[in-house]
Design a protein around this ligand. Structure first.
Ligand code: BG6
Length: 486
């Protein structure tokens, strides 16, 4: 029997460019889609017409001029753009052997549409990778983590247009070539399934601008275009460096049927199919039969050509990566109170405690997910995100006592270890996040995930100095002992 983590297990932590970098208009970078999404006070948030991660047509137009009034925390991030050397040094001290980060498309192609890449942008990431190597850290790169140049939104309505494939493939081609000796592991799209729940976040779609028959068609067309782009990029990557490992990613929405009532069980099955659909296409290389029915029943129409089918079939992913934060409850006649989750909410599970942001905590659900995904797809798994968002307090002494985060991570790492013993092939785990950054869902700095505290608030006040939290030394020991000391 396997007794613990393999010796070459990749222990790490993650960030995303739009949430951590800042320097939104420096080094030749163009505005990206999240640079125009403002911070809304919690009271305003309750009555918003759109999700906090989406933006209205009116706000988009106003804010994309760059000089908009208001508070845009993602333009500041955590100031990684200026402090990356010190930050990566801290990641080295933490002992990470993998650092998952994303490249900002708008830093490489400022307007997304022109042919020439921005040299300063390319150089920035080259320097980041060389800092990683200095500390023996493998960079794992997400090509597109919820952002794109605003002009792609403006001119093409993001991924709704087929033309976006061309622009993305050009960008991917440049970074694959540029970093062919610096990076081995790539994830093409962050959480591809999120387009269904937040079309602006996942696909740069402004709902008032769709040209498709209906929003459902626009979303699934955009997803299809992303599948095609991923297949093209995978095929190019294999010619550039056969050692590249190319992964797909979903936000895993593991769910339990509310009861043993067959209707609840069937709802759980259907919810799971809608989540696994993204893996079916990415790993098995074809659209599953249940989606043909789903499309017909939801008036979703778009063309999939024979040539596209061949492209998908011959360029499947080497590994599955996913984020896991919580589990959900599936109920046939779902009308009750809700708990939150990663952009999706559900009925509460009476057996689970929740976080400050009302996300259920379910380490055993994590073990279930690892087993289920591996049983089904039989390809190596990489846990790209798992972590706890909390309102950490920086004490005057400079300490942050985040025992709740240690508890959360300890239980999840223990569950992952059990899954390894169950025979699941997992090659790495990156905690969300290495360092505090701006929350994706709420644009808050105060929803913190990091091992390192950043002294900044929701309005950009603060010194932006870094402080190690208690979880920093806890994770250091976990890595050093290869998951033996929890
Ligand atoms: C994942 C995203 O969905 O969830 C991250 O990939 C995000 O970008 C994370 O930050 C946590 O969500 P939130 O809304 O708490 O930041």
């Amino acid at each position: 029997m396997i007794t613990g983590f393999p010796n070459d297990f990749l222990w790490g932590a993650a960030t995303a460019a739009n949430q951590v970098e800042g320097g939104y208009n420096e080094g030749g970078k163009g505005l990206s889609s999240f640079d125009v999404v403002p911070y809304y006070e919690p009271e305003i948030r309750k009555n918003l017409k759109v999700l906090t991660t989406d933006v209205t047509e009116e706000d988009f137009r106003k804010n994309k001029t760059g000089g908009a009034e208001g508070n845009f925390p993602k333009r500041r991030g955590s100031d990684f753009y200026h402090q990356y050397k010190e930050d990566i040094q801290l990641f080295g001290e933490l002992g990470l052997n993998v650092y998952r980060l994303s490249i900002s498309w708008a830093r490489i192609f400022p307007d997304g549409l022109s042919d020439e890449p921005n040299k300063e942008g390319l150089e920035f990431y080259k320097n980041v990778f060389s800092e990683c190597r200095k500390y023996g850290m493998e960079p794992l790169v997400t090509m597109s983590h919820y952002e794109m140049p605003v002009d792609i939104v403006d001119q093409l309505n993001g991924w709704e247009s087929k033309e976006t494939i061309h622009h993305f493939v050009r960008y991917a081609n440049v970074i694959l070539n540029e970093y062919k000796n610096d990076v081995t592991y790539w994830i093409i799209f962050n959480e591809l399934n999120m387009t269904v729940f937040s079309p602006y976040t996942g696909a740069g779609i402004l709902q008032e601008r769709i040209v498709s028959e209906n929003i459902e068609t626009a979303k699934y067309k955009a997803i299809h275009h992303q599948f095609l782009a991923a297949a093209k990029v995978t095929s190019i990557a294999r010619t550039i460096n056969p050692k590249f490992k190319i992964g797909c990613m979903i936000a895993r929405l593991e769910n339990y049927a509310a009861t043993c009532r067959p209707e609840d069980q069937f709802t759980a099955l259907q919810d799971d199919q809608l989540n696994c659909f993204f893996l079916d296409v990415s790993v098995r290389g074809k659209y599953p039969g249940y989606m043909t029915r789903y499309f017909a029943e939801h008036d979703i129409e778009f063309e999939i050509t024979e040539e596209e089918k061949r492209l998908l079939a011959s360029n499947t992913s080497d590994f599955i990566s996913f984020s896991f934060y919580n589990t959900y409850v599936a109920k046939y006649d779902d009308t009750g109170t809700r708990v939150s989750g990663n952009l999706v909410d559900s009925e509460p599970n009476p057996y689970l405690k929740t976080t400050e942001w009302n996300w259920p905590i379910d380490p055993l659900g994590f073990r279930i997910t690892l087993n289920r995904l591996y049983d089904k797809y039989q390809v190596p798994l990489f846990v790209a995100e798992n972590g706890l968002g909390a309102n950490d307090i920086l004490e005057e002494s400079g300490y942050v006592h985040d025992t709740y985060r240690i508890d959360y991570l300890r239980e999840h790492v223990a569950a992952m270890k059990e899954a390894v013993k169950d025979g699941v092939e997992i090659f790495g785990y990156t905690v969300w996040t290495a360092i505090d950054l701006v929350s994706c869902g709420t644009n808050e700095m105060s929803k913190r995930y990091g091992f390192i505290y950043v002294d900044a608030d929701n309005y950009g006040n603060g010194s932006y100095k870094r402080f190690k939290k208690d979880s920093f030394s806890w994770y250091q020991k976990v890595i050093k002992s290869n998951g033996e000391i929890l």
